[in-house]
Design a binder for this molecule. Structure first.
Ligand SMILES: *[C@@H]1O[C@H](CO)[C@@H](O)[C@H](O)[C@H]1NC(C)=O
Ligand SMILES: *[C@@H]1O[C@H](CO)[C@@H](O)[C@H](O)[C@H]1NC(C)=O
Ligand SMILES: *[C@@H]1O[C@H](CO)[C@@H](O)[C@H](O)[C@H]1NC(C)=O
Ligand SMILES: *[C@@H]1O[C@H](CO)[C@@H](O)[C@H](O)[C@H]1NC(C)=O
Ligand SMILES: *[C@@H]1O[C@H](CO)[C@@H](O)[C@H](O)[C@H]1NC(C)=O
Ligand SMILES: *[C@@H]1O[C@H](CO)[C@@H](O)[C@H](O)[C@H]1NC(C)=O
Ligand SMILES: *[C@@H]1O[C@H](CO)[C@@H](O)[C@H](O)[C@H]1NC(C)=O
Ligand SMILES: *[C@@H]1O[C@H](CO)[C@@H](O)[C@H](O)[C@H]1NC(C)=O
Length: 600
């Protein structure tokens, strides 16, 4: 009774706002349909794991025999002897352009153009082979900024002329493979800050739909479940684009220049499980990436970090930047996926942080971002390794990164839509919702305030554009997220008997006092009341309880999740403080400790 009055008053009064701010740190999301416990970036359970040095090394390579700048390729005669060329009169190099006219399995090379010193680059994808005594002694690949002439006149006249007669926004999607929201904060703090400072919307309840990339990407690209795609869209490992349109087709229809690329052949329908019957987009990096396999002994391995002295992910970023420059006056839809660094190791994305910030800053300086909706996302978190042995890791695996950065002009034009996506930050969302969101970005008229009002009153469905309010009663089962991949606290809550109840509550306070030990200015806490203890998960090996207690001094109401592993009790994530601590904890700075500390 005592508890319910406190609870009601705190939640439903003027302090609600303040409490919302506090709870947003304690819970990833907390709605009627789904509660996801909050974790800080680095908790004790993963501290050692995330401190491990990145797996990836620097790209280093023997001196290249052939080098290039933006327009020419030349032989580095100064290193020719280290390639055992002892008779220069029997040495020459060969320039070939290559391309793929149908699909990636059918890559064609031009005739050889011989050269001895220097040659002008005139194609996007170039292979160089050098011969000595009629044997190939060197092979390399070069990517140049040559793109098919782009037909500006065509697209400009096809712009929608309706209500706004305003230009559409470019849509740029940057995927970072196997990246949870929190791992992005941990490993790419500068990029995170760049986005945050410019007001990017970060969705906290973005939940994956299936284990690996495909079950999460197909819903995003097609709006269909992976199961449906396998049954209906794929024959003989070929994706039937005539039966099932992919999102870039819809953009192309509306006159966007479309582009697709990944820094690995595994990425984005490379050729790894399914092939596309024809080149999917106007610009398509994959034939180049596919051919660079020839540089490696192990051609089956998909995640080579380096091509010579350059990281593959840098090749991807440079490609995107050049393309964006080239298309400066054009409507552009691009989807790009980095894999080569982040797929293999939790901590390696550290090395990409500076490059991503530089890349985004350049786009920003060129006024490209103020015409572009930028979506940075992932398909899932890290799926293996020590991290997934932790409760936090299991949740992070299910909660991929999703950030959307809107130009000011977009926020001005579509006020209600923008307000709604901000509201949806704390809702359960999935890749289906991104698909719906992209459809809205093709058809901006659907985002007018009046349209959004109409759409907001439609019954909620398991796919929803992020521009309309997503229902708080959404749960995993209501929108078809498999139980196993659901990040919401699940399972029947079972009230436990007195013994367990006392044991769990006592252990929660013991664990909190451990956290406080390093802060002698805080009082040791004692248990003063047990509100409730629920068993929420029991998989035989470990049990998970939620425990809500009151402690003294200070009367803090604390809500924690405890894992019981045999006789060991551990706190999972952060213990939530459900009432305000006001000035009780002024003596500490640490945001987490403030929740429990009673200064005295
Ligand atoms: C990689 O190279 C950079 C620049 O040359 C250097 O600063 C850095 O220490 C190197 N890192 C490793 C792990 O060797
Ligand atoms: C690229 O190399 C060629 C041949 O060495 C040279 O003529 C040209 O000036 C170089 N371009 C740039 C931008 O450095
Ligand atoms: C090579 O480039 C030429 C134009 O310079 C083009 O006509 C030809 O189709 C290209 N070959 C291949 C295999 O891409
Ligand atoms: C460019 O657009 C114009 C006008 O729509 C059209 O006539 C022309 O064929 C297009 N060119 C190409 C290469 O698509
Ligand atoms: C768009 O509107 C302008 C001015 O009202 C008109 O001249 C033009 O033909 C329209 N274009 C299309 C594609 O409807
Ligand atoms: C982008 O910013 C530049 C400079 O601040 C401004 O001139 C330009 O009009 C802006 N473009 C849009 C579409 O807002
Ligand atoms: C939408 O949810 C319902 C269950 O509420 C499910 O039957 C249906 O398959 C779901 N659709 C998709 C595309 O997952
Ligand atoms: C905290 O605030 C209360 C009233 O708002 C005041 O009475 C009390 O002295 C303050 N305590 C400290 C330590 O500042």
């Amino acid at each position: 009774m005592y508890f319910s009055t406190i609870f009601c008053c705190i939640l439903v009064t003027a302090i609600e706002e303040v409490l919302m701010i506090i709870t947003s740190e304690l819970f990833t999301i907390r709605t009627e349909g789904c509660t996801i416990p909050g974790f800080s970036k680095v908790t004790d359970s993963i501290k050692m794991i995330v401190a491990a040095p990145p797996l990836t090394r620097n790209c280093s390579t023997p001196e290249k025999l052939v080098r290039a700048n933006i327009s020419h390729i030349w032989v580095a005669h100064e290193v020719i002897y280290s390639y055992n060329v002892f008779r220069e009169d029997t040495f020459y190099c060969c320039y070939k352009n290559f391309s793929s006219s149908t699909n990636i399995e059918n890559i064609m090379y031009s005739e050889c153009k011989e050269f001895l010193n220097v040659i002008k680059a005139e194609h996007e994808f170039v292979q160089i082979e050098c011969y000595h005594l009629d044997e190939v002694i060197y092979t390399d690949f070069f990517l140049f900024d040559f793109h098919e002439e782009i037909n500006t006149s065509q697209t400009d006249s096809s712009l929608d002329n309706n209500s706004h007669s305003q230009e559409p926004f470019n849509v740029l999607i940057l995927g970072i493979e196997s990246m949870s929201r929190l791992n992005f904060h941990r490993t790419m703090p500068k990029t995170t800050r760049f986005l945050k400072e410019r007001g990017a919307v970060e969705l906290h309840g973005y939940n994956k739909l299936g284990d690996n990339s495909l079950p999460n990407l197909f819903p995003l690209l097609s709006g269909f479940s992976y199961k449906y795609v396998k049954q209906t869209c794929i024959q003989n490992n070929i994706f039937n684009v005539d039966k099932c349109a992919l999102i870039w087709d819809s953009f192309k229809e509306k006159g966007f220049h479309t582009a697709l690329g990944s820094d690995s052949i595994a990425g984005l329908l490379g050729n790894y499980e399914y092939t596309l019957p024809r080149i999917p987009t106007d610009s398509y990096l994959q034939p180049f990436i596919f051919e660079t396999r020839k540089l490696f002994k192990n051609q089956q391995y998909n995640f080579h970090p380096c091509m010579g002295s350059k990281y593959f992910y840098r090749i991807l970023l440079d490609y995107i930047y050049e393309l964006a420059q080239h298309l400066i006056l054009h409507k552009f839809f691009g989807i790009f996926w980095e894999e080569s660094i982040s797929h293999e190791d939790l901590n390696s994305p550290h090395i990409m942080d500076d490059s991503y910030v530089n890349f985004l800053s350049k786009l920003h300086k060129n006024d490209y971002l103020n015409r572009t909706v930028l979506i940075i996302l992932s398909d899932h978190g890290m799926r293996w390794g020590k991290i997934v042995e932790t409760e936090q890791g299991r949740l992070e695996e299910r909660l991929p990164l999703l950030n959307v950065l809107f130009p000011e002009q977009f926020k001005q034009r579509y006020k209600l839509a923008f307000r709604n996506i901000q509201h949806n930050v704390h809702r359960l969302t999935t890749p289906y919702d991104i698909h719906e969101t992209l459809l809205d970005l093709i058809n901006l008229n659907s985002l007018d305030d009046s349209k959004i009002k109409q759409r907001s009153s439609a019954p909620s469905s398991n796919k929803s554009s992020l521009f309309v309010p997503i229902s708080a009663i959404r749960s995993c089962s209501s929108i078809g997220i498999e139980e196993h991949w659901c990040a919401c606290r699940r399972g029947e809550k079972i009230k436990v008997g007195n013994n367990i109840k006392t044991m769990a509550a006592t252990n929660l306070v013991v664990q909190i006092n451990k956290l406080l030990k390093k802060y002698p200015q805080c009082h040791k806490l004692t248990l003063s009341y047990i509100y409730d203890v629920y068993l929420v998960e029991n998989n035989g090996n470990w049990r998970i309880y939620t425990v809500m207690v009151k402690t003294e001094p200070g009367g803090g109401i604390l809500d924690g999740t405890l894992t019981q592993d045999k006789s060991r009790w551990l706190i999972s994530g952060t213990v939530s403080r459900l009432n305000l601590y006001r000035n009780q904890s002024d003596c500490v700075e640490n945001e987490d400790i403030k929740l429990y500390c009673y200064c005295g």
